[in-house]
Design a protein around this ligand. Structure first.
Ligand SMILES: C[S@@+](CC[C@H](N)C(=O)[O-])C[C@H]1O[C@@H](n2cnc3c(N)ncnc32)[C@H](O)[C@@H]1O
Length: 258
């Protein structure tokens, strides 16, 4: 299972909104540049979205391919890459099912995107595709948040501010709020995002599920799907993972045999 396709389409309905909403988030990019300098080219980014990471890496001369399932996100990526005259291959595909006739030295799975994979079958399908496309001396790098029980158990009747940005169609400032309920059986955090521009009738509501990957579970899934973890960082500046670290930044390679 996967975040429902209708929820994905609703959530990533317009790449311009995604980019404006996330324009201040750049702190992961130097992390990837350092990792790629260590581990080599070419690079494949799974769930590349609008190219928020892909494009700055390509601007550094990195040979990178971006793969994503959502057309409006890829459309925005293509427009931005064309404006900058960057030669990036964009592939519309499901990260559980893709075939690219090439192997990669680095495969990235950034910015909590693995949370869209809701069950073991989906993760295993994705990891099998990664193994197939990763060079024997290559690295698979995952960025997933470290679950915070205080967020999972928040009061679901309250609205928590997420950010704000100017509407790309000129309808004023959009403010984004969220709330959530946690399904502890399925380990899925059911999140609702509310986009408000001050005119109630234009409110957009996006519901989606983010699979919660506890640290030992993620490490174990990697282990039993043929990956050896080399590093697990908790921060983009490569400080080690700890119980209270915000991130699980895992650098792994293929285990010699399954
Ligand atoms: C949080 S965004 C990350 C985008 C980009 N990597 C970034 O860091 O800004 C998650 C992306 O995952 C994509 N996605 C979700 N499920 C997918 C799947 N099964 N296969 C490929 N892409 C998927 C969505 O379309 C969306 O663009």
């Amino acid at each position: 299972m996967h975040t429902k396709p209708s929820d994905i389409d609703n959530m990533y309905w317009d790449g311009r909104h995604y980019d404006l909403d996330n324009k201040d988030f750049v702190e992961d990019i130097p992390f990837y540049i350092r990792q790629i300098a260590r581990h080599g080219l070419p690079v494949l980014e799974l769930a590349c979205g609008t190219g928020r990471i892909t494009i700055p890496l390509a601007e550094k001369g990195i040979d990178i391919t971006g793969l994503d399932i959502t057309e409006p996100m890829l459309a925005q990526a293509r427009v931005k890459a064309a404006t900058k005259q960057l030669d990036i291959t964009w592939i519309k595909a499901d990260c559980r099912k893709f075939t690219v006739h090439r192997t990669f030295k680095v495969i990235l799975f950034p910015f909590n995107s693995i949370g869209h994979l809701h069950d073991r079958e989906s993760v295993e399908q994705c990891f099998a595709r990664v193994r197939e496309h990763l060079a024997d001396d290559g690295r698979f790098i995952i960025d997933m948040y470290n679950p915070d029980l205080r967020i999972l158990t928040r009061d679901p009747t309250k609205y928590y501010p997420l950010g704000e940005y100017p509407d790309p169609d000129g309808h004023g400032q959009i403010k984004v709020f969220e709330n959530n309920t946690y399904d502890g059986k399925k380990q899925i955090n059911q999140i609702t995002w509310y986009y408000r521009n001050g005119r109630q009738e234009n409110e957009r509501t996006v519901r989606w599920g983010s699979r919660i990957y506890y640290p030992q579970e993620l490490d174990t899934l990697l282990h039993y799907n043929g990956f050896t973890i080399e590093e697990k960082y908790g921060f983009y500046d490569e400080r080690p993972f700890t119980a209270m670290a915000p991130k699980q930044l895992i650098v792994c390679r293929k285990s010699p045999s399954l």
